[in-house]
Structures are given as structure tokens and as C-alpha cells.
Design a protein around this ligand. Structure first.
Ligand code: GUN
Length: 284
């Protein structure tokens, strides 16, 4: 069994982005710019946004945070997105989710110019992923593919099971595994006899949002297990969707929480912002 070190892979991706960013600055005078919008004061979201800004500074991007009050109206939020769409110094726009309940996230996502949609949430980008002809990949599934590649795991011909069908993780994850020729199944809360499904998986991606939900008896011997969960256990300790302590010995590779998928998400956001800056300036 080997633990995949997400922090180390994330660092390597950021170094690659930083190097390319420096080249872009030196040769074309371009500094990639990311705008991050956060509405309200959800503490987890505040931490995520802070980490995104920190990563921007590390790789040499310009970043601007828009911290809007909880009582922001849809019109105000929409107006901000429209103004950022027009700015040449902003290449990527990210609106941190979830939004307060009175705001419509779909409306905001649809307003972001697809070429600046570094989350790859806009329907145009989602469709592009479906047909395998995309500019951006959503950050979490893209980060997971990097981890799988780093571990030297070949996806082709493998049986992959994704637990969870969200638009942010489950659905695009299944598509990326399919693009690499896995046989993919998406399981969810209505799946009958889930352990019989997961037991078949050579690659198991857990994106459920329930602490230690995937137990050792649900895992095939030698499986690659990717844990997307970020939960608190009964003692308030950070834990994933997989019961790591017991599951680990059955796996060939497993990602820890924290230090697995989490750090990758931000690195892929940096990668997408760099791609956006290049595209918007006609550079390959
Ligand atoms: N909230 C949780 N994950 C994400 C993400 O990847 N992007 C955005 N915008 N919000 C999130």
C-alpha cells in the first residue's frame, strides 16, 4: 500500500505553473489575473478563498478578492461579474460556492464569460468536457487525474466507480475516467447494494460528503482509492469519506485527508488561470 502525497504533487504543479508564468511575464509582459468573489462569511469558504489567494501569490499571479456582504442582491453580484468579464487584467473569475440561499448560483455561473470560467462550471465548458474538446477541466476531477498519473496507475481498461453525482465532482470525474478508457459506473444515494458495486472497482473515487462512509469491506483488494471527502469525525477531527485506518491496507494506492485531493484543487485552479491568460492573449 502506498499513500499518494497530494501536497507534493500539488507543489510540483504549482512550480510548473510558476515557471511558465515567469516566462509569460518575461517574454510577453503578461501577468495572469484571477478574481475571486465570496459572498457572506461562511468560515470554510473564507479559508478556501484565502488559500486560493495565497497560491496566486506563490505562482506570480495578480489576484483580487471581492468580499461581498451576506445581503448582496443578485443584481449587484451579476453587475460585478459583468464588470470583471470586461477587464483585460482579469483572466479568471471564480465565485466561491455555496452562495447564500437568496442568490442563484446558476445565474452567476451562466454570466461568467466561458473563456474566464476557471472553475469550468459554465454549461459551455461542461458541454466541451462531455465531447472531449475542452479548454478547462473542473479543478477537483483534474487534480484527481494528476494524482492517478503521478502514482503511475494506468486507467485504460480498468473498472472505475465514482460514488457521488455532483456537477462539480462526480459527473465530470466519471467523464475524465471515461476519456482515459476506463469502464465507469456512477453510484449514488439511491444505488442498491452499494458495497457490491464498489467491491468491483479497480479505481474507487469517493465524493459523498459523509465521514468514513467507505469501509474496508467495500473495497476490492489492490484498489486505487481516491478520497474527495472533507468532513469532521465524531471528535471534530478532519476526515475523508473513506475509513482510512482500516481501508488503507486493502489498497494499492490511497489518498489521505487532509493532504490528498484538497491541495490539488487549488493547483489546478492556478493551471486553469494560466491557460485562460494565454488563450485570451492568443498564446498557445
Ligand atoms: N466550493 C467548493 N468547491 C468549489 C469549487 O471548486 N469552486 C467554487 N467556485 N466553489 C467551490
Amino acid at each position: 500500500m502506498a499513500v499518494i502525497d497530494g501536497k507534493a504533487v500539488s507543489k510540483a504543479v504549482k512550480e510548473r505553473v510558476a515557471e511558465e508564468t515567469k516566462k509569460l511575464k518575461d517574454t510577453a509582459g503578461i501577468v495572469p489575473g484571477l478574481a475571486v468573489i465570496i459572498v457572506g462569511d461562511d468560515s470554510a469558504s473564507q479559508v478556501y478563498v484565502k488559500n486560493k489567494e495565497k497560491a496566486c501569490a506563490e505562482v506570480g499571479f495578480y489576484s483580487e478578492k471581492f468580499s461581498l456582504p451576506e445581503n448582496t442582491t443578485q443584481n449587484e453580484l451579476n453587475a460585478l461579474v459583468e464588470s470583471l468579464n470586461k477587464r483585460n487584467d482579469i483572466n479568471g473569475i471564480l465565485c466561491q460556492l455555496p452562495l447564500p440561499p437568496h442568490l442563484n448560483d446558476k445565474e452567476v455561473i451562466n454570466l461568467i464569460d466561458p473563456i474566464k470560467d476557471v472553475d469550468a462550471f459554465h454549461p459551455v465548458n461542461v458541454g466541451a468536457i462531455m465531447i472531449g474538446d475542452y479548454n478547462f477541466l473542473p479543478c477537483t476531477p483534474a487534480g484527481i487525474m494528476e494524482l492517478i498519473h503521478f502514482a503511475g496507475v494506468s486507467v485504460e481498461g480498468k473498472k472505475a466507480v465514482v460514488i457521488g453525482r455532483s456537477n462539480i465532482v462526480g459527473k465530470p470525474m466519471a467523464m475524465l475516467l471515461l476519456h482515459e478508457n476506463a469502464t465507469v459506473e456512477i453510484a449514488h444515494s439511491k444505488t442498491v447494494n452499494l458495497p457490491s458495486v464498489t467491491k468491483e472497482a479497480d479505481i474507487l473515487v469517493a465524493a459523498i460528503g459523509k465521514p468514513k462512509f467507505v469501509t474496508a469491506d467495500m473495497i476490492k483488494d489492490g484498489a486505487v482509492v481516491i478520497d474527495v471527502g472533507m468532513n469532521r469525525d465524531e471528535n471534530g477531527k478532519l476526515c475523508g469519506d473513506v475509513d482510512f485506518e482500516n481501508a488503507a491496507e486493502k489498497c494499492s494506492f490511497i489518498t489521505p485527508v487532509p493532504g490528498g485531493v484538497g491541495p490539488m484543487t487549488i493547483s489546478m485552479l492556478m493551471q486553469n488561470t494560466l491557460t485562460a491568460a494565454k488563450m485570451q492573449n492568443g498564446i498557445n
